[in-house]
Write a protein that binds this ligand. Structure first.
Ligand SMILES: O=C(O)CCC(=O)C(=O)O
Ligand SMILES: [Fe+2]
Length: 547
């Protein structure tokens, strides 16, 4: 048992932390926000624990009092004889005047201690309410994240519901209840993902009849499932099944208003079909236009590890210790691993220290916001990029100077035109779909003298249990995050023309959370460090732009 003082201290700390943080919700796009939710829950549990303890003590007192009176009444014997004893009369009268009031009526009916305690509880809860908890939008976001995982890694619904992932190494060790599956199915139908939606609803039915009554979440009913499932099958173009399930609702509840309305609708549609022939079946694949594109399919296969370079393609790649012509690194060389030669992609291992990685994470506290795509006023949040981020300006964070110098030493580039570092955290299903880091014009209109992004450098700040590699679909390459390592690649040809082979992505996080820090080097200032070649490169690999 934790000593009382320690518990009190912990409670104070959690509480003051909660009072200090201002939270913008958006719990589904990063793990860091979800952690705060658990702190709030801990606090609520502690407050209610104390409340229940107090209430139970009160109840035990009342019960003890009632038992005593009961015993007394049983022992009283003959009434006349009993009251003949003056002490008994006194005790009885006193008891009715004082004891009942003090022991029973006051605690139960009056606004004495019981209520005072309640109001002090509600005062502390009021403070917790300032903390914005997850909303319906967050639940939708979390649903979409699971859907992304299902789509990207082709996870069967029944397996995911049981917490079973492909491969044996990592499992989720959690399984979803009937109410969880129902919530997922309902939310998916709301966004017209009827195919997956109906699978989750059917999973809910299976569980509803197979699982013991769920204490934690409210149990869902057969009718509630049918209410979602019938329109879902209608959405999938299976009118007959939709009609059949709708009739099942009416068997349970003949006055069910919505089902009665749907019955008329389905029957008139069925009658039409009998005359005109059945409607064209709806495509149950449910892939959006974006998801159907070849590049997205490549992305999926690379993230899954299904599409990779052959041993023949890999044979010219090397690993070695290199000081990259920097005198600082003669004694402590970089641990280099080439991943692709053209365009050049390389991995450098153990480049950050434990304390540097901690500094990044400390910097993130309270600063992370939902990531956007696009520049300046045109930037927006989108499903294409689901993460949170914050920026670290070089001048405001002098502790970064060693890290920036290390980057310069390794790449040979100047950081004078580089962007502030960007710290990024991806939560469940968090991803960044295939994109280019350069802008499609020559870069000068957006970045001025700094020109386009010449090289991207990604520090991985943690290991991720499953998924979340940095994927290059055209290079058949996926780079798994390894804590403390750095990934670099050139986005531009030697002439600074855009290299369309560098399309890349952050695969969805399947298990864990992914922390990275990105530096973007620009063309400005590299004139003598990386001089242009003699080829113009214009038009090279342009056919890859629109796959
Ligand atoms: O998350 C990743 O691995 C890639 C991130 C990325 O490409 C970007 O932020 O531009
Ligand atoms: Fe990128």
């Amino acid at each position: 048992m934790e000593p009382r003082a320690v518990r009190m201290f912990r409670r104070c700390i959690i509480f003051s932390v909660l009072c200090l943080i201002s939270v913008n919700g958006d719990y589904f796009s990063a793990i860091s926000e979800l952690e705060k939710l658990l702190d709030v829950e801990t606090l609520i549990i502690e407050k209610f624990d104390a409340y229940l303890k107090r209430a139970q003590e009160e109840q035990a007192n009342i019960q003890r009092f009632l038992n005593q009176i009961d015993e007394l009444q049983n022992d009283r014997g003959d009434l006349e004889e009993y009251f003949a004893n003056p002490l008994n009369s006194f005790i009885t009268i006193r008891r009715l005047v004082h004891d009942w009031k003090f022991n029973v009526f006051d605690p139960v009916f009056e606004t004495s201690n019981y209520d005072t305690y309640k109001s002090s509880l509600s005062d502390s809860l009021e403070k917790i309410k300032q903390y914005k908890g997850p909303s319906q939008e967050d639940l939708q976001g979390a649903t979409r994240a699971l859907l992304r995982l299902q789509k990207a890694y082709e996870l069967p619904t029944d397996q995911l519901a049981k917490g079973i992932l492909p491969g044996e190494k990592y499992q989720l060790n959690t399984s979803l209840s009937a109410s969880d599956c129902f919530e997922l199915g309902k939310n998916l139908c709301q966004i017209k993902e009827y195919s997956y939606g109906s699978e989750w609803l059917l999973e809910a039915t299976k569980r509803l009849h197979g699982e013991p009554l769920d204490f934690i979440s409210p149990n869902v009913t057969d009718i509630e499932i049918l209410e979602q499932l019938s329109p879902a099958f209608n959405g999938l173009g299976n009118l007959k099944l939709a009609h059949k399930l709708n009739n099942e609702i009416l068997d349970w509840e003949p006055d069910h208003e919505e089902a009665l309305e749907n019955q008329i609708l389905y029957e008139s549609q069925l009658a039409k079909e009998r005359i005109l022939g059945p409607k064209k079946p709806v495509d149950v694949n449910q892939l959006t236009e974006r998801e159907q594109r070849e590049s997205f399919q490549l992305y999926k296969r690379v993230c899954q590890g299904e599409l990779r370079q052959s041993p023949r393609e890999l044979r010219n790649l090397k690993c070695w210790l290199s000081h990259q012509e920097s005198p600082y690194h003669i004694i402590s060389p970089f641990k280099m691993e080439q991943l692709n030669l053209d365009p050049y992609v390389a991995y450098v291992h153990e480049i950050l220290t434990e304390s540097e990685m901690q500094m990044f994470k400390d910097h993130a506290k309270g600063r992370m916001e939902r990531s956007k795509i696009g520049q300046g006023v045109n930037s927006t949040t989108t499903e294409i990029r689901t993460s949170q981020n914050t920026w670290l300006w070089h001048a405001e964070n002098p502790w970064l100077s060693n890290i920036i110098r290390r980057l310069e030493d390794f790449t040979g580039l100047s950081s004078e035109s580089a962007e502030p570092l960007q710290l990024i955290n991806y939560g469940i299903g968090g991803q960044y779909e295939p994109h280019y880091d350069f802008t499609h014009d020559d870069g000068y209109s957006v970045y001025g003298w700094r020109g386009n992004r010449i090289l991207t450098a990604i520090f991985y700040l943690n290991d991720v249990a499953l998924g979340s590699g940095t994927a290059f679909p055209f290079l058949k390459l996926v780079v798994p995050p390894v804590k403390g390592s750095l990934l670099i690649w050139y986005n531009l040809h030697r002439s600074t023309y855009k290299d369309y082979r560098t399309r890349h992505a952050g695969c969805p996080v399947l298990k864990g959370s992914k922390w990275i820090c990105i530096e973007q080097f620009h063309v400005g200032g590299q004139e003598f460090r990386r001089p242009c070649g003699l080829n113009s490169d214009v038009g090279k690999f342009d056919d890859l732009i629109d796959i």
